[in-house]
Design a protein around this ligand. Structure first.
Ligand code: PGA
Length: 271
């Protein structure tokens, strides 16, 4: 049995006061939860605030991005040692928004401007390598655009992103990852992927992990679904055999809704 994970990706939300309040409210209801790992991924500016709020609880801290070099002239970037010094144990890598691939985006956010988020398959691979070298657990994301799904390319896109992310790692390194399938068209749009379709793609991902590592690593790998996970759809998602939890944006910004997700995941796990 794989222990599920609920990871809250707060994205560019919550100043320090708000982060303290949100993390404290989650601690109050889920600070000693059993049967589900809980990870909070606030903006970098709130990492130490959230770490203080979750101290002495089972809740863990994650960052939303990492740069692969240890230090140097990389304005605006954050290194593994910096994240570790804030208390991070996890880091989200290759989120579609960091690849410049958005589920919903403002009209004036042109393709050229979307390049400010410049992650590519090879930068994702380097970031995973860096995270592992600092003992951070990468939550590696993959997922297709609506246009790619409509063109019948979902499996090809997901497999391509994953193979690139995992390239060059030994089985014992792959074993330290968490993966997340996030169809881009379902992120922040309210449009959730049908649970059985999400389960199908996660099965495909597990097959790729078998190829890149081995069967036992694949069977132990936690693979999350992300994209408009909410209290009303989480029971159906968590019922699927391949889905080991959620990477949650919008619904992680309210303590009540996020704690409901945690409780459903923990209950499914215990049943
Ligand atoms: P959402 O975001 O839950 O708001 O759709 C998920 C994510 O981007 O990780």
């Amino acid at each position: 049995m794989r222990t599920p994970i609920m990871a809250g990706n707060w994205k560019m939300n919550c100043d320090n006061d708000e982060a303290w309040q949100l993390a404290s409210a989650i601690v109050e209801r889920a600070g000693d939860v059993e049967g589900c790992e809980v990870v909070l991924c606030p903006a970098a500016t709130a990492l130490t605030t959230v770490q203080a709020a979750i101290e002495d609880t089972v809740i863990r801290l994650g960052a939303q991005n990492i740069f692969w070099e240890e230090k140097g002239a990389y304005t605006g970037e954050l290194s593994g040692p910096m994240l570790v010094s804030c208390g991070c144990q996890y880091v989200i890598i290759g989120h579609s928004e960091r690849r410049g691939r958005f589920g919903s985006v403002a009209d004036d956010f042109t393709p050229e401007l979307q390049q400010v988020f410049g992650d590519t398959d090879s930068s994702v691979n380097r970031k995973v390598k860096a995270a592992l070298s600092y003992d951070l657990t990468p939550i590696v994301c993959c997922g297709e655009l609506l246009s790619e799904r409509q063109a019948g390319k979902t499996d090809e896109v997901v497999a391509g992103q994953l193979r690139a992310a995992l390239a060059g790692f030994a089985a014992d390194q792959v074993a330290r990852l968490v993966l997340a399938y996030e169809p881009v068209w379902a992120i922040g749009t309210g449009e959730v992927c049908e649970a059985d379709e999400a389960n199908r793609v996660l099965g495909l991902i597990r097959g790729i992990v078998t190829e890149c590592a081995d069967e036992s690593v694949a069977q132990r790998m936690r693979i999350l679904y992300g994209g408009s996970v909410k209290p009303d759809n989480v029971p159906g998602l968590m019922d699927q055999p391949e889905i080991d939890g959620g990477l949650v944006g919008g619904a992680s910004l309210q303590a009540d809704s996020f704690c409901e997700l945690i409780e459903v995941a923990a209950e499914v796990n215990s049943g």
